[in-house]
Structure formats: structure tokens, C-alpha cells
Design a protein around this ligand. Structure first.
Ligand SMILES: C[S@@+](CC[C@H](N)C(=O)[O-])C[C@H]1O[C@@H](n2cnc3c(N)ncnc32)[C@H](O)[C@@H]1O
Length: 491
């Protein structure tokens, strides 16, 4: 029997559901029952997403519970640690060495900004407090998780030198007003915000609290343009050699749907800075470690200019067209600063190739074959470089190097800037549209719909007549193509 025949009763019930606009069965191989792709009825979906306040409250409650559980450790003496950082690839904790590398690089960037009065939003159990508070006069640390704040308070009680740290149990949108700071820190937090509008509200409050000459540091932001390759790489890493591309695409789609974190293009922050005539830099995480923390994330610094600073112009860098040109320039550096744009990132190169090959491959190609093709394609190209190699080359010539994540870059391509003094952010050149961020609330609605529809079918039909899964997509250009292509972020 064909897949569609086997699922005839399921398809009939789904098509009659008022929440469903269209239904399709993507090609499948192997013994497992096929999946069903569902496009929700547009009016129904719009109605659901319109109630953003309820969805956002639900999302905030979800993260509060997640972190309360993650931080609970009744037997250990409280102190800041890396307890909640887990690899998406292995589901094991990210190694202590990688996390220490990550923390040291973050703290270096924070210390370079200078600070006397610090507001930290989403402080967790105090990793950043420990590194930054000793060098500040006033420090307010806030977090959504009550368990985090209790642990932080208990640890602070053991540190007389940190008596000036004030702790607040509150969500990000409720802190910032009626305080003034010269450094506002949001490190590894904004990915847990419900949507871009919430982030915008928090940044507006932070901007209001910021003194002239001060900075907002937004650390560890997940890069939107590399989300497809990241998800592909994770799904591929977890797939058996004999698994076929049809099944791989289903796991990629399920992983898309499971994305409850906010993932943002740098253009979002450039847009915010442009509105406020602020300086802005969006820089890839530095460091040699191969973990996802350095491969798919970036830091943002937004600076409020002093009144007498407004006329200062940033040096316009000289453009170098190719990496070969850069190597020649580095052999005998001429006038600075210089910039090379659109460099393919060697750290994520094979993931980007995987993403494209999964889209193109025939559905019955097996993962072992796919891995061979990825390996063969990797290493081809003369526009590829590891950011850490460029940083090392610059350091060897006493130059500074900034690895910039520009707005809207395809496949995580980056710009490398070289100068004799440290990189100084300029005023924003251009922002991006409001859709420059993922939509966790939309995915929340789609996930619920998928689960509800499958639940309804399993009550009405025997197991052999059920699909293996229901995969809702917000909108599809075509329903008969590879499932991988039909996922769409925007409504
Ligand atoms: C990955 S931890 C980072 C902790 C700390 N910033 C650091 O770098 O070590 C994320 C923290 O953000 C907090 N958080 C998540 N959503 C939040 C929100 N809407 N408002 C305030 N804190 C939030 C979580 O409770 C958690 O403690």
C-alpha cells in the first residue's frame, strides 16, 4: 500500500479539522510509517499568535521552571559553576576546559569596557558577578529564577568583599528602570527571551538606565544565519550511518520545531543602535575551542556616546578583497585599519556544506554516503579561514584583530578587521527588518498543534493507521519538495 493509502483515515480526519489548512505526505523510505506535514489554517494561526502576551507569559514560566530545576543542588555548597551548559551534539555537559575558555574570553571583553556601576540581567548563580563585581562600586544582579537568586545570595554571604552586590529576583523586563549604570550585562540570556519584541523592551529599559559613555553588553547571542547549519549538524551527528536522508530531514524538521530559544541576526542590534545614534559592534565569540559556544554565537556591545563624543568619526578601513591579499598585506603591513569581508568560517564550514547537501540529496541516500560527500567538499575554496588563525596572525605582528559578524551575512560569513589599536565600534550603518530574529512563540503554537492533532488521531484510529509524526509548518512554498525546504520562520 502507498504511504498515502496507509494514512487515508488520518488524512481525512486532519483535512476536516478547522485548525488545518493543508496536509501532505512527504516521501519516506524504510519500514517506519510516514510523517504528515500540516499547514495550519491561516486565520486560526494568526488568532493564536495574536495573543502574544499569553504565549510570552507561558514561555517565561517555562524557562523559570527549567532554571529552577537546573540550579537546584541541595547537597553542594552554593558557588558559581557551569552546571546548566550542555552540548546540543552529545547532550553531555560541555567540557570544563571549553567553558573556562569561553568565560575568560567573555570576561576580557567585559573588562575592556570599564565599569563602576553594573546592572546584570539574568545573572544565574554568579559566574560574571565573581569576575566583574570585585572591580565595581555598585552591582545589581537580577534573575528570573528564584533558585538562582537564593544560591547567589548564599554564596555572596561567604564573600565580605562583595557586600556591595544587590540581588533581585525578577524577570528582565521588570529591571532596569529607576537605576543608573555604566555597564548593563546580559550574558547568555537573550536566547531565553520569548521574542524580539521582549528583547526590544528590555533593551529600551537598559538604554534608559545607561549613563552617557556607558555600554550594554549582550553576550553569547545565537547567530540566526547559521541556525540551519547548526540544526543540520546536530541532527547529522546524532544519526546512524544507515539512516537515510528522508529520516534525517524528519529529524531536522522536528529539531526546527523544538527551537524554543530566540536566535537573532546582528542586524537587529544595528537597527536598535541606529535609532539611538549609538555605537555598536557585533563580534563572533573568540577562542580556539571547537564547542558550539564559539562556533555559532556572537557578542554585542552597544555604546552610548558622551555628549562631546558625537563628532568623533571612526577611521574608515581600507578594503582588502581576498584572503591572499590579506596574507600579502600581513607580510608587510601598510596603513591601517584594513578589513576583509565575507570570509567563510572554517569552524562551521562542514556544517554549512552539510546543510546544502541534505537539501539536494535524494531521499534514499544514506548518512554514511552523505558524510563522505561532506568530507570531500570540505577544504575546497580559497575564501575560508578560521577566525582564531587570523587573530593569531595579527597578534604575531602586534596588530589588533576584530572578527565581526555583519548584519544579514549568509552562512555565517564574517568580516576581519585589523588595526594598530583595539577595535572601536562605529555608529550603526544599517539595521535589519523586524523579522531578523527567530519566532519561538510561533513554534510554541506549532508544537502544540502537532501534539494535539496526533493525540486526537491516536484516540480515533488504531496504531497502524497513524503517521509516525505530525510536522506543522507555518507556511510552505511547495508541499511536494524535500521536507527540509518547506520550513519557514515567518508568518
Ligand atoms: C545560561 S544562564 C546565564 C547566567 C549568567 N548570565 C552567566 O553568564 O553565567 C541564563 C540565565 O538567564 C536567566 N533568565 C532566563 N530568562 C530570563 C528573563 N526573562 N529574565 C531574567 N533572567 C532570565 C535564567 O534563569 C538563567 O539564570
Amino acid at each position: 500500500m502507498t504511504a498515502t493509502g496507509q494514512l487515508a483515515d488520518s488524512l481525512r480526519i486532519l483535512r476536516g479539522d478547522p485548525r488545518v489548512g493543508a496536509v501532505s505526505v512527504p516521501p519516506a523510505n524504510g519500514a517506519s510509517p510516514p510523517a504528515v506535514v500540516v499547514i495550519p489554517d491561516e486565520g486560526w494561526l494568526r488568532g493564536q499568535v495574536a495573543d502574544a502576551a499569553t504565549l510570552a507569559r507561558r514561555a517565561l514560566r517555562g524557562w523559570e521552571t527549567t532554571y529552577d530545576l537546573a540550579y537546584r543542588k541541595p547537597d553542594a555548597a552554593p558557588r558559581p559553576d557551569f552546571v546548566s551548559w550542555t552540548s546540543s551534539f552529545t547532550r553531555e555537559p560541555i567540557s570544563q576546559a571549553d567553558m573556562e575558555d569561553w568565560l575568560a574570553a567573555t570576561v576580557r571583553r567585559l573588562r575592556a569596557l570599564g565599569h563602576r556601576r553594573v546592572l546584570e540581567i539574568g545573572c544565574g548563580t554568579g559566574l560574571i558577578v565573581e569576575a566583574i563585581a570585585p572591580f565595581s562600586e555598585a552591582y545589581r544582579a537580577a534573575d528570573l529564577s528564584g533558585v538562582a537568586i537564593r544560591q547567589l545570595r548564599a554564596w555572596l554571604g561567604t564573600r565580605d568583599d562583595l557586600a556591595h552586590v544587590e540581588t533581585v529576583h525578577a524577570p528582565a523586563h521588570e529591571v532596569g528602570a529607576a537605576w543608573s549604570a555604566d555597564l548593563v550585562i546580559l550574558n547568555s540570556v537573550v536566547q531565553y527571551f520569548p521574542d524580539a519584541a521582549y528583547l526590544r523592551q528590555v533593551l529600551d529599559n537598559a538604554w534608559g538606565a545607561l549613563r552617557p559613555g556607558g555600554h550594554i553588553f549582550i553576550g553569547d547571542v545565537r547567530l540566526l544565519s547559521t541556525l540551519p547549519s547548526f540544526i543540520t549538524a546536530v541532527a547529522l551527528a546524532r544519526s546512524a550511518e544507515a539512516c537515510d536522508v528522508a529520516a534525517l530531514r524528519r529529524s531536522i524538521h522536528a529539531a526546527w520545531l523544538a527551537q524554543s530559544e530566540l536566535v537573532i541576526d546582528p542586524g537587529f542590534f544595528h537597527g536598535f543602535a541606529m535609532e539611538h545614534h549609538a555605537r555598536v559592534s557585533t563580534r563572533l565569540k573568540s577562542g580556539r575551542s571547537a564547542s558550539e559556544m564559539t562556533r555559532y554565537r556572537y557578542d554585542v556591545v552597544i555604546g552610548k556616546t558622551e555628549e562631546d563624543d558625537i563628532e568623533i568619526e571612526m577611521d574608515k578601513p581600507i578594503e582588502i578583497e581576498t584572503l591572499a591579499g590579506l596574507r600579502a598585506w600581513l607580510a608587510a603591513p601598510g596603513p591601517v585599519p584594513v578589513v576583509v569581508r565575507g570570509i567563510a568560517n572554517k569552524r562551521i564550514r562542514s556544517d554549512v556544506i552539510a546543510q546544502h547537501l541534505v537539501g539536494e540529496a535524494a531521499a534514499d541516500t544514506i548518512v554514511a554516503t552523505l558524510r563522505g560527500r561532506i568530507e570531500a567538499a570540505d577544504g575546497i575554496g580559497d575564501d575560508v579561514a578560521d577566525p582564531a588563525d587570523l587573530e593569531a596572525m595579527a597578534a604575531a605582528r602586534n596588530l589588533h584583530c576584530a572578527i565581526l559578524a555583519p548584519p544579514g551575512a549568509i552562512d555565517g560569513r564574517y568580516d576581519a578587521w585589523f588595526g594598530r589599536s583595539a577595535y572601536r565600534a562605529g555608529a550603526a550603518m544599517g539595521g535589519g527588518p523586524a523579522t531578523d530574529a527567530s519566532q519561538p512563540l510561533l513554534l510554541q503554537v506549532l508544537r502544540r498543534l502537532g501534539a494535539d492533532l496526533l493525540d486526537g488521531l491516536s484516540r480515533a484510529l488504531p496504531a497502524p493507521a497513524l503517521p509516525s509524526s505530525i510536522l506543522p509548518v507555518a507556511r510552505a512554498a511547495r508541499l511536494d519538495g524535500p521536507l527540509y525546504e518547506v520550513f519557514n520562520f515567518s508568518l
